[in-house]
Design a protein around this ligand. Structure first.
Ligand SMILES: Nc1ncnc2c1ncn2[C@@H]1O[C@H](COP(=O)(O)OP(=O)(O)OP(=O)(O)O)[C@@H](O)[C@H]1O
Ligand SMILES: [Mg+2]
Length: 371
């Protein structure tokens, strides 16, 4: 194996369930996942970050502390993975670290996207060159700064024939449509798991609805579903991206019309919202031949069942069928993006994010120690 071609990808997504850490080899044409780790996040760090995401007034000193602590957490995840695998840090060419999004405002004036997780700390603690801050150059070039995972989908999952969908169901869901004969398209379809997680935590005291079994026992409310589907985000044309700033507890509560719904019925309606909005997004591009799911939502059997019901004639599988662990696609993407940055490759993000021209994404923080 070419020793220069090992990279690490790091991300803590919108769900804030854990840090995903992927060790990736680029010795061959396509990135190959060698090992991975789902690294726990300290509960009080998560609580501090959530306050920012909820738009609470947080002093700059606390934002600075959270940025530093999140950087140390990413470094800790990397060191733990390398130790588990018995791989010295010196063998890793670079880390690609997405950071933790705390605010994403692509349509603001000016637009901005803010990720925490100080890359200086990652580079210092691991000694490995760290690439971070992937979204803001795209925004500066007029793009949404998101979604970026479609860049990897296009590089790795392009079908020889037909029209293929890749959907990442994380906190937010994003769909990529790939076809050898048409331009690729991608955008955030809306909520993935984040409202399902919120409702499960509120009513069951658990972080998520395992396998979707709670939702499966409820009955989707057409009036709640229609009210939620009425949100202008779903009708807006791409490019578009979203996050907790829009889809949050207050958003859900605004749509409660009937007081008679049981919590399980609301959960079933939320699962249907995720499935229906992904399916509707897919239909905009004509029928899909197949749809491959990645992200934590790929473990939700009920959600996959509802996706199938909403997309008759489309074969549904996870990205495992394409050779990539569905839990690690996003983390592999940031390893891949780190490599692109080191090679100063201009990336065609325009059809996904709306950027006005190709861009090199990411800032480089060298590893090693002087003196
Ligand atoms: N067994 C399971 N059953 C149902 N849902 C699951 C299961 N395992 C994970 N999930 C869901 O997946 C979520 C985590 O998914 P993931 O890590 O892909 O999202 P994320 O961190 O928001 O990532 P990103 O924003 O980068 O897409 C959990 O919060 C949970 O809702
Ligand atoms: Mg996650």
């Amino acid at each position: 194996m070419n020793l220069d071609e090992l990279y690490i990808g790091l991300i803590s997504g919108t769900s804030m369930d854990a840090i995903d850490c992927a060790l990736v080899s680029f010795a061959e044409d396509q990135p190959r996942l060698i090992a991975s780790r789902i690294h726990p996040l300290d509960e009080d760090l998560r609580t501090g970050i959530l306050a920012l995401c909820d738009g609470k007034a947080v002093p700059a000193s606390e934002v600075g502390r959270l940025d530093a602590r999140m950087g140390s957490a990413f470094a800790g995840a990397t060191c733990a993975l390398l130790e588990e695998q018995g791989i010295p840090a010196g063998r890793i060419r670079a880390i690609g670290s997405h950071g933790q999004t705390v605010w994403h405002e692509p349509d603001g004036d000016p637009s901005f996207s803010m990720q925490l997780g100080d890359p200086n700390r990652i580079a210092e603690a691991t000694g490995i060159c760290t690439v971070a801050d992937f979204r803001r150059r795209d925004m500066a070039a007029g793009g949404q700064g998101a979604p970026l995972a479609p860049l990897l989908h296009r590089a790795c999952f392009m079908p020889d024939t037909g029209r293929r969908g890749i959907v990442n169901i994380g906190g937010i869901a994003n769909l990529t449509v790939l076809s050898a004969d048409e331009p690729c398209m991608a955008f955030d379809t809306g909520p993935g798991n984040l409202l399902l997680d919120y409702w499960t935590a509120k009513h069951r005291g658990e972080p998520f609805d395992r396998g979707g079994s709670w939702a499966a026992g409820g009955k989707c409310s057409q009036s709640l579903l229609e009210s939620m589907l009425g949100d202008a985000y779903f009708r807006a044309p791409p490019p578009k991206s979203t996050g907790r700033e829009l889809f949050n507890a207050a958003w859900l509560e605004r749509h409660f019309v009937a007081a008679t719904l049981t919590p399980a019925d609301v959960q079933a309606s939320l699962a249907e919202l995720t499935a229906a909005t992904i399916a509707e997004a897919a239909r905009r591009f004509g029928p899909l031949d197949d749809l491959h799911v990645c992200g934590g939502g790929s473990h939700n059997a009920f959600l996959l069942e509802r996706l199938s019901a909403n997309l008759p004639g489309c074969a549904i599988a996870t990205t495992r069928a394409l050779g990539m662990d569905p839990d690690m696609v996003e983390a592999v993407c940031f390893a891949w993006l780190a490599k692109q940055a080191l090679e100063s490759n201009y990336l065609e993000t325009g059809c996904f994010t709306g950027a006005g021209h190709p861009v090199v994404l990411g800032g480089i923080f060298p590893g090693g120690k002087g003196g």
